[in-house]
Design a protein around this ligand. Structure first.
Ligand SMILES: Cc1cc2nc3c(=O)[nH]c(=O)nc-3n(C[C@H](O)[C@H](O)[C@H](O)COP(=O)(O)OP(=O)(O)OC[C@H]3O[C@@H](n4cnc5c(N)ncnc54)[C@H](O)[C@@H]3O)c2cc1C
Length: 276
């Protein structure tokens, strides 16, 4: 008789919820479509991050005002309030603890408060940063990792690649518009990185990631798959990983970071983000 061993679960490590006002120290176009914004300030004392997908809520000012509405936090909980801040989720690309700095890579996709702010960002500007609320920690005990992303999830994909231990097999796919949007990541892992170019097709409209993942040859042993990007295009990928690849739900984390035609998509609203 064989006993099936359940794969390790992702666990949430909570951090004290804190709102910080931070100043933009530097703005740098890392690719034609993405701006890296470095935020700095003594307020970053005690800032916590530890997992690849750790993210914050950037809080933007209402049009015509200078500072964002401050979120009401009581007993470590973000309370409902008559006036709420305008927020969007962004990954912490780098955290330089000693320098009290974080980098956030913001995609310039056209419309939207986040994209618009990033396009106009300059040193000296101020922004609110809420969180991170917690870290989704997965022990790096798997034999292989399958990673997939488009531009908004490249910061998290980069963190996965940089954090995974030496020698572990990593098969990664990243969809961008063209070679000009590719990035280079340092890693100790045994990485096979494939860039997929969608050309003039709008982001979130192709099945490039799906086709690449379907065609991927995955190693033997226990693996973990993380894929993030446009919510609707990820649905068949999640289904494929669970049903065709027969991966247990604790081996799959597929997260809709945004949704075509939807402002401020809530990535917790649907079941794309299944791992708990
Ligand atoms: C956990 C998490 C981490 C994230 N990390 C990052 C990150 O590091 N960098 C980053 O750039 N984004 C990241 N995102 C995605 C980002 O939060 C969304 O793209 C968000 O919608 C941007 O806000 P906005 O104000 O620019 O657009 P919104 O006001 O939310 O949307 C306006 C319109 O733009 C469309 N839209 C939104 N995003 C895109 C896009 N990328 N391409 C084309 N159309 C789009 C919407 O469908 C909508 O029609 C992350 C999301 C999550 C959930």
């Amino acid at each position: 008789m064989t006993t099936e061993i359940a794969p390790p679960r992702m666990r949430i490590v909570r951090h004290p919820l804190k709102y910080r006002l931070l100043e933009v120290k530097q703005v740098h176009r890392i690719t034609p479509g993405t701006v890296r914004v470095t935020f700095a300030g003594e307020a970053l004392e005690g800032f916590c991050e530890q997992a690849p997908t750790d993210h914050v809520k950037l809080c933007f000012a209402e049009p015509g005002t200078e500072l964002p509405v401050e979120p009401v936090i009581e007993n470590d909980t973000w309370m409902d309030a008559p006036v709420e801040p305008i927020t969007r989720d962004y990954t912490i690309r780098h955290h330089r603890r000693a320098e009290r700095e974080i980098d956030v890579d913001m995609v310039l996709h056209g419309t939207g408060v986040g994209s618009g702010w990033a396009a106009a960002a300059e040193p000296g500007m101020t922004l609110g940063v809420l969180g991170p609320r917690g870290s989704e920690v997965i022990d790096f005990v798997h034999d292989w990792y399958l990673l997939g992303a488009e531009e908004t999830a490249l910061p998290a994909l980069a963190r996965w690649i940089e954090m995974l231990p030496a020698g572990v097999r990593v098969i990664a796919f990243a969809e961008v518009s063209g070679p000009q949007d590719e990035q280079r990541f340092e890693t100790a892992a045994d990485l096979t990185m494939t860039w997929l170019h969608r050309g003039d097709a709008p982001s979130g409209s192709t099945d490039l990631l799906e086709r690449a993942i379907r065609a991927a040859e995955l190693p033997d042993g226990m693996g973990f798959a993380w894929v993030a990007g446009e919510a609707t295009s990820l649905k068949p990928i999640r289904r494929h990983l669970r049903e065709d690849r027969n991966l247990h739900r604790h081996q799959v984390d597929v997260d809709g970071y945004w949704k075509r035609g939807v402002e401020n998509h809530d990535h917790h609203e649907d079941d794309e983000h299944e791992h708990a």
